[in-house]
Design a protein around this ligand. Structure first.
Ligand code: NAD
Ligand code: TYD
Length: 341
C-alpha cells in the first residue's frame, strides 16, 4: 500500500509512521506543515529510507493538497490538527483553519482523486464530559466543550457528510488520551515527567480529580492499522485504553517513579470549561476488528519516563527550538519534493 499521512511529524502521526515502516512493506508520504508541534526529528531514523518521503505543506491549502494527491495513494490518514485545549481557549482561529477547513480541503481532494480509503483521526473529546459513571459509545451525542473539541467534532461531521453525500469511503476513529514517546511537553504526561525529573513544580489544574482514560500511543497505532486494513467505510470506531485515572493519581505515581516528593504538586487555576471525565467504550473495535489494548498504564508510564530520561537531546532541542531548524538543515537541499514521490 502507498499511504498519505497528514500531520505525520506530530506525536501520534510519527509513532504511526514508525510502526508502519517497521512492521509492513508499505510506503509512506508524510505531508505536514510543521507547526510548533511538528518535529521531523521524530522520524530522523527514516530520513534515508526510500519507502518514506516528507513533503512540507498545509492541509488547508488546496493547491498543495492537490499536488501531493496527484502522486496517487491507496489511503489517506489525517492526523493533522491543532491539538492543545489550552491553546484553543486562548485563540481558536488556527483550530478552525486546520481542523475544520483543512479537513474539508482533504475530503474534497480525496473525492476528486478517488482515494479508496480515508481515515479521520478524531478524539473522544467530541462527546463532551461524563459524570461519575457511564462510557462514550459511538452513538453518544456529540457535545464538545472546548474550541479544540468543537473543531474536531465539526471535522467529524464533515467526514460523515462526505461519506453520505459523495460515497467517500471514509472512517472516523475517536481515541482517548494518548501518552508515550515523542509527545510534545506541553501535554499533561510529558510535562509532569520532565518537571519531576528536573525537580520543578507540577501544575495540577483545579482539584486534580479530573479523570482521563489513558492509552499508550502504540496501542492506538495498532488500532489504526486494523481500521486502515479492515474498517468499514461510513463507520465510527472508538478506541480507548480502558485505564481510567485521576490526574492527581497520575502525578503522584510519576513522582514516586522519579523518586520525588509530593510537595512538588502545585494546584493552579483550573482550565475554563474543563471536562470532568472521559471514558471510552471500545467494544465495537474489539468485537469487529479483533483489537485490544496491550500495554497497561503502569508499564507504559514506566517505559515513557525511561524514554524521556534517555532522550535528553530530543528534549533539549524541543526546549531550545533547535528542532524547528531541522527541516531546513535536512530537507531543503535534498530531493524530497513531489518529483521523488
Ligand atoms: P500533535 O499536535 O502532536 O501533532 C499535530 C501535527 O499536525 C504536527 O506535526 C503539526 O505540524 C501538523 N499540522 C498542524 N496543522 C497542520 C496543517 N494545517 N497542515 C499540515 N499539518 C499540520 O498532535 P497528536 O497528539 O499527534 O494528535 C494527532 C491527531 O490525533 C489529532 O488529530 C488529534 O486530534 C488526535 N488525537 C490526539 C489524542 C492525544 O491524546 N494526543 C487523542 C485522541 C486523538
Ligand atoms: P491534556 O494533556 O491537555 O489533555 P486533554 O485536556 O486533551 O485531556 O490534559 C490532560 C488532563 O490534565 C486534563 O484534565 C487537564 C490536566 N492538566 C493539568 O492538570 N495540568 C497541566 O499542566 C496540563 C497541561 C493538563
Amino acid at each position: 500500500m502507498k499511504l498519505l499521512i497528514t500531520g505525520g511529524a506530530g506525536f501520534i502521526g510519527s509513532n504511526f509512521i514508525s510502526h508502519i515502516l517497521k512492521t509492513t512493506k508499505f510506503s509512506v508520504v508524510n505531508f505536514d506543515v510543521l507547526t510548533y508541534a511538528g518535529n521531523p526529528e521524530n522520524l530522523a531514523e527514516f530520513d534515508s529510507t526510500p519507502r518514506y518521503s516528507f513533503v512540507r505543506g498545509d492541509i488547508s491549502d488546496s493547491k498543495a493538497v492537490e499536488g501531493v494527491l496527484s502522486a496517487g495513494f491507496d489511503a489517506l490518514l489525517n492526523f493533522a490538527a491543532e491539538t492543545h485545549v489550552d491553546r484553543s481557549i486562548l485563540n481558536a482561529a488556527d483550530f478552525i483553519r486546520t481542523n475544520v477547513v483543512g479537513t474539508q480541503t482533504l475530503l474534497d481532494a480525496a473525492r476528486r482523486h478517488g482515494i479508496p480509503r480515508y481515515v479521520q483521526i478524531s478524539t473522544d473529546e467530541v462527546y463532551g464530559s461524563l459524570g461519575a459513571s457511564g462510557r462514550f459509545t459511538e452513538t453518544s451525542h456529540l457535545a464538545p466543550n472546548s474550541p479544540y473539541s468543537a473543531s474536531k467534532a465539526g471535522a467529524d461531521l464533515l467526514v460523515r457528510a462526505a461519506c453520505r453525500t459523495y460515497d467517500l469511503p471514509a472512517i472516523v476513529t475517536r481515541c482517548s488520551n494518548n501518552y508515550g514517546p515523542f509527545q510534545f511537553p506541553e501535554k499533561f504526561v510529558p510535562l509532569m515527567i520532565l518537571n519531576a525529573l528536573e525537580g520543578k513544580k507540577l501544575p495540577v489544574y483545579g482539584d486534580g480529580l479530573y479523570v482521563r482514560d489513558w492509552i499508550h500511543v502504540q496501542d492506538h497505532c495498532r488500532a489504526l492499522e486494523r481500521v486502515l486494513l479492515e474498517g468499514q467505510p461510513g463507520e465510527v470506531y472508538n478506541i480507548g485504553g480502558s485505564d481510567e485515572r485521576r490526574n492527581l493519581d497520575v502525578v503522584r505515581r510519576i513522582l514516586q517513579l522519579t523518586e520525588r516528593s509530593d510537595e512538588l504538586i502545585q494546584h493552579v487555576q483550573d482550565r475554563p470549561g474543563h471536562d470532568r471525565r472521559y471514558a471510552v467504550d471500545s467494544s465495537k473495535i474489539e468485537r469487529s476488528l479483533g483489537w485490544k489494548p496491550r500495554i497497561p498504564f503502569e508499564e507504559g508510564l514506566k517505559e515513557t519516563i525511561q524514554w524521556y530520561r534517555e532522550n535528553e537531546t530530543w528534549v533539549q532541542r524541543v526546549r531550545s527550538g533547535a528542532y524547528l531548524k531541522y527541516y531546513e538543515e535536512m530537507y531543503d537541499n535534498r530531493d524530497h519534493t513531489l518529483s521523488r514521490l
